[in-house]
Design a protein around this ligand. Structure first.
Ligand SMILES: [Mg+2]
Length: 225
């Protein structure tokens, strides 16, 4: 474990809307890490007659150049860039898509408390469709918003302004949970106060607490009744 944990202190009486990220927050990021860092380089290497390590380095550089933008999550963009059918490849790997422990309990608990539940993701609509089909958590959300609909990634504070306009949010009545500190920071700049960092985004990676935001390992830590 790295760093000291800041304990979350959510006053649920103050919260009417729960904003939740998908990958790494509700779903195990192992799927995404494995897919992009192992499976895609393997197939890319084979197609382009490279060894795995050269293909891996080349792809990591390409990914890095698009981080924090909508292209990073755009499956059609990567299909074009890499000459691979990324959507089909993801569908074939869907057995690795898993919901994190206690997520279903938390979603049910929020429902029972009468909270509005919104999935807010940078994931591409085609990724979202594959993941919702596999996990069957779709029915828990009042609204699902993909960044591509908003036109900008969650890392930009203006994203949250546009989300507020679209959903009629009251920013002091929202809680946001995300496994990306950059996203929490952009939400903070916009004016969200109840921010939760998910410190265990992948079942195969160690817990890493945020030095700046309250952290949880599992969502059971937020249920107080
Ligand atoms: Mg995430």
């Amino acid at each position: 474990m790295k760093g000291k944990k800041i304990e979350p202190q959510i006053d649920w009486n103050e919260i009417d809307t729960v904003l939740l990220d998908m990958d790494g927050t509700l779903l195990d990021k192992h799927f995404d890490d494995y897919f992009w860092e192992e499976h895609v380089p393997e197939v890319y290497a084979k197609e382009n007659k490279l060894n795995f390590f050269d293909a891996h380095d080349k792809l990591m550089e390409k990914y890095k150049s698009r981080e924090g933008t909508l292209q990073w999550t755009d499956l059609d963009y990567w299909s074009g860039q890499l000459g691979l059918d990324i959507v089909h490849m993801k569908e074939k790997m869907n057995h690795l898509i898993q919901v994190h422990p206690y997520v279903l309990d938390f979603l049910k608990w929020c429902r029972k408390q009468g909270k509005k539940i919104v999935l807010v993701t940078n994931a591409h609509s085609k990724t979202l469709a594959i993941k919702m089909a596999k996990t069957e958590i779709e029915s828990y959300f009042d609204t699902i918003v993909c960044s591509e609909e908003i036109g900008i990634a969650k890392e930009e504070p203006v994203f949250w302004e546009r989300l507020e306009e679209r959903l009629g949010l009251a920013r002091d009545k929202c809680m946001l949970a995300d496994d990306n500190e950059g996203v929490l920071q952009s939400a903070e700049e916009y004016g969200l106060r109840n921010l939760i960092f998910v410190a265990k985004s992948s079942s195969t990676k160690p817990v890493q607490f945020s030095g700046k935001y309250p952290s949880i390992i599992f969502f059971k830590e937020l249920m107080n009744e």
